[in-house]
Ligand binder design. Structure first.
Ligand code: 5GP
Ligand code: ZN
Length: 117
């Protein structure tokens, strides 16, 4: 069922504590942890505890939690003292999405090119 934990989902397993992660923040509805393959000095993933396949599906079903994710991206940036940072939601395999549990990448701590590749 939408929103329920999925057995084969890596990020649901991190939420459940079944797979270790370097968790930097947690709220009632979200967790934030460092990406295992960082692309910048700060590379943190902010995810909802509920399972939705991407940010758009999350926003449609749980706009409250989608707002919590955005609030937490700023909190991650504040914790790492970032003045500038980028929030990315890869959506679809053509855009590089590999984990089908909604997540925001928070990237910062180095110069970021625009437009991105
Ligand atoms: P996507 O490519 O779906 O936008 O982002 C998935 C991200 O999850 C990638 O940046 C990848 O490095 C990260 N990732 C994949 N497996 C793990 C893991 O087991 N632990 C952590 N912390 N990050 C992971
Ligand atoms: Zn999941």
């Amino acid at each position: 069922m939408a929103g329920e934990p999925q057995e084969d989902c890596l990020f649901c397993k991190i939420v459940a504590g079944q797979i270790p992660a370097t968790i930097v923040r947690e709220t009632e509805t979200t967790i934030a942890f460092r990406d295992i393959n960082p692309q910048a000095p700060t590379h943190v993933l902010v995810i909802p505890k509920v399972h939705y396949r991407d940010a758009a599906e999350l926003a449609a079903a749980r706009p409250d939690v989608a707002a919590d994710i955005l609030r937490e991206t700023q909190a991650v940036a504040d914790d790492d003292k970032l003045e500038s940072y980028r929030v990315v939601f890869n959506t679809g395999s053509g855009a590089g999405q590999t984990v089908w549990h909604a997540h925001a990448h928070v990237l910062g701590g180095r110069g970021l090119q625009w437009p991105p590749g």
